[in-house]
Write a protein that binds this ligand. Structure first.
Ligand code: PEP
Ligand code: MN
Length: 357
């Protein structure tokens, strides 16, 4: 008798569960519509005042047996779950998202295709210091089979008393040398006003870690039709990096590459902490090519090869490393740039791994 009553009550409970599920799904569908409307109006998804009002109304109508605190808690959970799907729905629509474009974006620099399956090794000095210095590096890189050279002309230095770069003259040097050796070039631009000008001299505009959320610079980069290498900010989350890339892509410049360059943590053994997990996450979340800067992430020469191999094994589309004819007298990052023989050893080591094919 008792068992039959229990069974009956359980059946009733199952029915209520079903009804609750139906209503929760209905509520979620409305929440998604509200999310889309807020998106159109450009207002935030989370509205704490509205949430407080809804909770107040619910508590006022609560006749038990749950106490008011429990009702508040239960509904707060429902509100949070709704907000989460509103945000996920928005993420799904980012242009840089893999959900929006399944196929990989391939960035093409003449013959060089980045993101197309064959990883690229990008090398060159931290700073462009002189014509002779860049020419020496270019000759060595060319002889090593490197096709893309980096070199900073506008240097975002921590101290205003440190070498700030040669500016436009540095870009001019890069172009002259790259033309002679048939290399493609990457250089950082820090001022939105220089973006258009830079297009005449270099093949890829780098946006540095310190400028990842310089939104005016991102917009200027989105307005030109030149590949952009966007570095992850010193303390930027993966989501923030993707949104920074969205600034560029949403203005029509789809040739964007992302580069992990280490993030600030409490660890002192390396200059920054190389977030290897960012590579497969970015590859999964986005269709943009993903590179790893082993020099600025580690800040030490002795672990460059294993870190480069780890990056490639994790799915990176390329690696960036700094090379200088005489690092001891380099005007920036003297401690971490490789000399030519160190670069040759490093590159041989990475090539031997078979991960560059
Ligand atoms: C650079 O690549 O020259 C540089 C300054 O790197 P980051 O912006 O990652 O510090
Ligand atoms: Mn550097």
């Amino acid at each position: 008798m008792n068992e039959t009553r229990l069974e009956k009550l359980r059946r009733q409970l199952d029915g209520v569960n079903q009804a609750l599920l139906t209503m929760l799904s209905e509520r979620a569908a409305i929440a998604l519509e509200i999310g889309a409307e807020k998106e159109r109006q450009g207002v935030p998804k989370y509205d704490p005042v509205r949430e407080q009002l809804m909770l107040k109304e619910l508590v006022a109508k609560n006749n038990g047996p749950f106490d008011d605190e429990t009702i508040r808690h239960l509904f707060k959970q429902i509100f949070q779950a709704s907000l989460k799907i509103q945000q996920e729905d928005h993420g799904k629509h980012l242009l840089v998202s893999r959900k929006r474009q399944e196929r990989n974006t391939v960035v093409t620099l003449g013959e060089v295709a980045i993101g197309g399956g064959k990883p690229v090794m990008i090398a060159g000095p931290c700073s462009v210091e002189s014509y002779e210095q860049v020419r020496e590096v270019a000759a060595h890189l060319k002889a090593s089979g490197i096709t893309v050279m980096r070199g900073g002309a506008f240097k975002p230095r921590t101290s205003p008393y440190d070498f700030q770069g040669l500016g436009v003259e540095g870009l001019r040097i890069l172009k002259e040398v790259a033309d002679e050796f048939g290399l493609k070039t990457i250089s950082e631009i820090v001022d939105p006003a220089h973006v258009e000008l830079a297009c005449e001299y270099i093949d890829v505009i780098q946006i540095g870690a310190r400028n990842m959320q310089n939104f005016e610079l991102l917009k200027a980069a989105g307005d030109v039709r030149k590949p952009i290498l966007l570095k992850r900010g010193l303390a930027a989350t993966i989501d923030e990096l993707l949104h920074a890339a969205e600034y560029i892509v949403s203005r029509g410049n789809t040739q964007v590459m992302l580069i992990e360059r280490g993030i600030r943590t409490y660890e002192k053994a390396t200059r920054n902490t190389l977030d290897i997990s960012a590579v497969p996450i970015l590859k999964r979340e986005s269709h943009l090519p993903v590179l790893v800067d082993v020099t600025h992430s580690t800040g030490r020469k002795d672990i460059l090869a294993p870190c480069a191999k780890a990056a490639l094994a994790a799915g990176a589309d390329g690696v960036m490393v700094e090379v200088h004819p005489n690092p001891a007298i380099a005007l920036s990052d003297a401690a971490q740039q490789l000399d030519f023989s160190e670069f040759t050893d490093f590159y041989d080591d990475v090539l031997r791994s078979g991960l560059m094919k």
